[in-house]
Write a protein that binds this ligand. Structure first.
Ligand code: NAD
Length: 344
């Protein structure tokens, strides 16, 4: 029996994991606490820890996991910017779920975009109050507008298809363009200059941190709508707020937020929230915030649980880590893994 502990567990993902682990030989302990330096001791004696986007898997945490006997960090997500992959190399293996439902995230991005441009969030509140006035609800057509997609991986591609279905012109930027795909690639500068909607679908790296900043916002079209379902730190929040106040930015749809780990996934409705930036964002009528909800569909949750459990079983039973990542994997030429073995 493999012993695994799952941090930051919520009722909606526990259901899927408990049933999936039960069908396989994994003895699962679920806890609500996030993994960080204060909680890492809870993993002592567990061969595997299952973590999510806001668990803080830094160098100190990794060292204590190793000391406590943990052999595998199983991410139940695709992004791994919250893990110090360099510190883990040679000490503890990391597997992830590279794709569980890119459609789920892309559809959420479009749901937010439509909500923003047709002001559905406002009309929903108004009609609840029997206010059937249309004043202030004028939106604009997506048809004929230009969508700028940053990152044309799995989710970016799905979002491109959806935008095309709406009759939008699509342009894209990706440092690794897929030349076989029928995508009009442009420079980032051109994308900022020409897009009516900018949607972010690239990973958070040192190159992409604060990609949306005061300077890039200045180069955008007036009234641009920014959609971020990727990672919060792609956007410099203060610059975004300034851009909205100056009416340069027409709307922001944020499923992720730079400081989300202290807020998202928690019910803080009865608390005084100590985050002035989020407080300011939430006062702006053209900002829509969802709390990292893009993945939250039955299909995605089911895939996440089954791929995570398969990753764990294969690692411990067959010695294979097909979805392993290491710091060398970011440059595929350097990582020697052939996808049938482990990275080290
Ligand atoms: P992916 O790896 O398939 O695609 C990422 C793309 O970004 C690749 O084509 C890559 O070449 C490109 N890229 C790399 N560096 C770039 C740069 N500097 N500028 C522009 N593009 C760059 O990943 P994916 O599955 O499409 O996921 C995209 C992001 O979505 C993930 O990194 C993750 O952060 C986020 N995500 C969010 C949710 C959610 O619930 N909101 C769920 C899953 C993933």
């Amino acid at each position: 029996m493999i012993k695994a502990i799952m941090f930051d567990t919520r009722q909606y993902d526990a259901e899927f994991f408990i049933s999936e682990c039960g069908r396989n030989s994994i003895k699962l302990k679920t806890i609500e606490a996030k993994l960080n330096e204060d909680t890492v001791e809870l993993a002592n004696g567990y061969e595997c820890v299952i973590v999510f986007v806001n668990d803080d898997v830094n160098k100190a945490v990794i060292e204590r996991l190793v000391a406590g006997g943990t052999k595998l960090i199983a991410l139940r997500c695709a992004g791994f910017n919250n893990v110090d992959v360099k510190a883990a190399f040679g000490k503890i293996h990391i597997v992830r779920v590279p794709a569980y439902s890119p459609e789920a995230v892309a559809e959420h991005a479009m749901a937010m975009l439509l909500t923003s441009v047709r002001k559905i969030h406002k009309s929903f509140n108004r009609t609840r109050d029997f206010n059937f006035s249309l004043n202030g609800l004028v939106g604009f057509n997506l048809h004929g507008k230009t969508a700028g997609i940053v990152g044309t991986g799995k989710i970016g591609r799905c979002f491109i298809d959806i935008c095309r279905g709406f009759g939008m012109r699509v342009i894209a930027y990706d440092p690794y363009p897929d030349i076989s795909a029928e995508i009009e690639y442009v420079t980032l500068e051109t994308l900022f200059r020409e897009s009516d909607v900018i949607s972010l679908h690239c990973p958070l790296t040192k190159d992409t941190k604060h990609l949306i900043n005061e300077k890039s916002i200045r180069s955008m079209k007036d009234g641009v709508i920014i959609v971020n379902t990727s990672r919060g730190a792609l956007i410099e929040s203060e610059a975004l707020i300034e851009g909205i106040k100056k009416k340069k930015i027409g709307g922001a749809c944020l499923d992720v937020y730079e400081e989300e780990s202290d807020l998202f996934f928690e019910d803080l409705s009865g608390e005084i929230v100590n985050d002035d930036v989020m407080a300011r964002l939430l006062t702006l009528p053209n900002v829509i915030v969802t709390s990292h909800q893009g993945f939250l569909t039955d299909e995605a949750l089911s895939n996440i649980a089954s791929v995570t459990v398969r990753n764990i079983i294969r690692f411990f039973s067959d010695g294979v880590a097909e979805n392993e990542i290491c710091y060398l994997c970011e440059n595929m030429n350097e990582c020697r893994v052939d996808r049938k073995k482990r990275c080290f």
